[in-house]
Design a protein around this ligand. Structure first.
Ligand code: MG
Length: 358
């Protein structure tokens, strides 16, 4: 079933289409939207190896003049070194401002291809086609893009809304379990902060463990994200609630060697620790952390760091961050499942707040 929703920000308006099997008529959908335009599909080598054949057939059958551009997979490609390579290929293809860039892949592809599209000739039409659950529910909508700098992740980037987002939930069926679980952390986050019914549906779904219903879940997350970015497309107010579990999560990602924890695993640990701290300080209803622990666990996600980890060291980055963004930290806490709120504390107090042994 095809489901669409329209995102209306102050300046932009675009459609998110979710449909299982959308990829089987992808070429004609692109041609309908951008008749006669050139299309550059940017992806990574892994996604290319899986979908190149099908993509080629789709684009050729639709009579589209197109080119496939790819780069090595992984976070290392989300850097400024990737950009000139992309620009040169776009120039070589003689892509103009009226033409189209399609970001086809997971979060890294969405970010760096989005950044390239936003900046190449001061901006070309961008279509997001996320292929991971994480990118479908989180990164593909909202127009954020970015690149990492040696000093930190996402330290450069723009807000640049796509012209269209195409989501085919079928893609997630071809993902390894670990990548799917990773995206579930963000799905659970939506339930925790905004939607108690989604949270309980996720519990039911985990108990059935038949893998079904993912289409509905993806669409619900997109609807929540739509409502939030329409109110706050620049991440200044309510959209900050999307960071639930992410303050501690980012510390974990930074502290441990690359690859120890995925983003989703780190966020999962962050959500549990934050709920636990919220309960300790009387902000959060009792039992909330336990519910989160059970739900994340049923999707194969961790809830805590190894026994004996020095939490104070893990969160040191928060203190160091003072220089960049002042003394205060906007924490996302839960009142209960389905209701998040912002709470400001001093960065200096964060370790004490989050560490259960202090
Ligand atoms: Mg995230």
């Amino acid at each position: 079933m095809r489901q669409t929703l329209t995102i209306n920000t102050n300046a932009e308006r675009y459609t998110v289409t979710t449909e299982t099997g959308l990829f089987f008529h992808f070429g004609s959908m692109v041609r309908e939207l951008f008749p006669g335009k050139k299309v550059a599909v940017i992806t990574d080598d892994t996604v290319k190896s899986i979908y190149e054949e099908h993509l080629t057939k789709q684009m050729n059958d639709a009579g589209i003049q197109w080119r496939l551009i790819s780069f090595p997979p992984g976070e290392a490609s989300k850097s400024f070194e990737t950009l000139p390579k992309l620009y040169s290929q776009l120039l070589d293809f003689q892509l103009t401002r009226d033409d189209v860039v399609i970001a086809f892949g997971g979060g890294v592809v969405g970010d760096i291809a989005g950044f390239a599209a936003a900046t190449y000739q001061r901006g070309v039409n961008l279509v997001q086609v996320p292929t991971t659950l994480m990118a479908m529910v989180d990164a593909s909508i909202g127009g954020k893009n970015g690149a990492n700098l040696p000093e930190g992740k996402n330290m450069a980037g723009t807000f640049y809304q796509p012209r269209e987002v195409f989501i085919d939930p079928r893609f997630v069926r071809t993902l390894p379990d670990k990548i799917l679980e990773d995206g579930m952390a963000e799905v659970i986050k939506y339930g925790c902060v905004f939607d108690p019914d989604l949270f309980s549906d996720l519990i039911d779904r985990a108990m059935k463990s038949d893998g079904g219903g993912i289409e509905t879940i993806i669409f619900r997350c997109c609807l929540i994200k739509k409502q939030i970015i329409e109110l706050d497309c620049k991440d200044e107010g309510i959209a900050m609630l999307l960071n639930f579990g992410h303050t501690f999560g980012h510390c974990i990602e930074d502290y441990f060697p690359e690859g120890t924890y995925t983003h989703g695993q780190a966020v999962s640990i962050g959500m549990y620790a934050t709920a636990l701290a919220g309960e300790r300080y009387g902000f959060t209803a009792p039992n909330t952390a336990k519910l989160i622990k059970e739900l994340t666990g049923s999707y194969g996600l961790p809830h805590s760091l190894p026994e004996g980890t020095d939490i104070e060291k893990v969160v040191e980055a928060v203190k160091r961050d003072k220089k960049r963004r002042g003394d205060k930290l906007n924490l996302v806490l839960l009142e209960k499942i389905g209701k998040g709120f912002l709470h400001q504390i001093d960065k200096a107090d964060y370790a004490k707040f989050i560490d259960p042994h202090q």
